[in-house]
Design a protein around this ligand. Structure first.
Ligand code: HEM
Ligand code: HEM
Length: 224
């Protein structure tokens, strides 16, 4: 263990690009909702593509992006929570055990949010998702209500996400945002550095994401 902080790679490029694109697209989906529905739906398809990419990256991406590397059981998570009040900055090269569960919750809720939109239909039946014809009008309206309800919950989770980042910055004097931009941060102890995924894995992830977004936008009706 050395005392001089050493700059260590933490987040790979695709994870960072995923994060900032996701945040921008959710903001855009919010701003266009009920106003510019073509754009709203396009943002939603892109969000679903990103989620597919992240699921792939969670098993075949860089080491710190892999679900198996950051999702921990209740014992580890509770032990982490009990030490949250300490003002010492964390030494985790990746998501901490509590943050990891909020990441999982956000990804699931975002998938649900966009998934519900696919079946949603507005009150006059003019604007609807590409799978709304699979359900009757009343069910489509129900999906719309759930779509709006899910968004309220998502807003809450995003609020918590930002509050947690502010808590780390103010209470623990730990800047989490910098590494999500540059990919690296200084650690005073020895930590296992990021192991990057091979380029072919990134290529597979991109192809899967684009294909999924395209198929979903077409409502899975593809004429060859
Ligand atoms: C993460 C992505 C998404 C977010 C954050 C989001 C958010 C919202 C919000 C907040 C509304 C309510 C607008 C209002 O009436 O005030 C809305 C409406 C709607 N969204 Fe989305 N949405 C997303 C994805 C999608 C997708 C993928 C589709 C379908 C392709 C979709 C289709 C619709 C439709 C049809 C409505 C109108 C429902 C109605 O007027 O009752 N949305 N969305
Ligand atoms: C719609 C808005 C946002 C959503 C949905 C969102 C979602 C997420 C998700 C899913 C992750 C996990 C990344 C991964 O492993 O793939 C994450 C991490 C992170 N986000 Fe956001 N984010 C949003 C906005 C922001 C903003 C505005 C900031 C900066 C102020 C931010 C800072 C971070 C940081 C620093 C991390 C890494 C946390 C850690 O060190 O464990 N996010 N976010």
């Amino acid at each position: 263990m050395s005392d001089t902080p050493v700059r260590t790679a933490l987040w790979d490029g695709p994870t960072r690009l995923f994060h900032w694109s996701l945040a921008a697209l959710i903001l855009a989906a919010w701003l266009t909702a009920g106003k510019s529905m073509e754009w709203h739906k396009l943002c939603g398809y892109a969000v679903l593509g990103l989620i597919v990419f992240r699921l792939w990256w969670g098993v075949a991406g860089g080491s710190t992006a892999r679900f198996a590397s950051f999702l921990k059981g209740p014992k580890t998570t509770l032990a982490y929570v009990s030490g949250l009040g300490s003002r010492k900055a964390g030494e985790t090269a990746g998501h901490n055990p509590l943050g990891a569960w909020s990441v999982a919750a956000m990804l699931l809720l975002i998938a649900l949010q966009a998934g519900l939109g696919l079946f949603a239909t507005d009150i006059d039946g003019i604007e609807s998702g590409p799978l709304s014809d699979k359900v009757d009008f009343d069910t489509g309206r129900l999906f719309s209500e759930w779509h709006e309800l899910a968004f309220r919950v998502l807003q809450g989770l995003i609020g918590l996400h930002l509050a947690a980042i502010a808590f780390y910055a103010i209470w623990k004097r730990e800047n989490l945002v910098g590494p999500m931009i540059t990919g690296a941060r200084r650690f005073s102890g020895a930590v296992a550095p990021l192991r990057k995924a091979p380029l072919w894995s990134l290529a597979v992830g991109v192809v899967l994401a684009v294909a999924a977004a395209w198929l979903i936008a077409k409502g899975f009706r593809v004429k060859l």
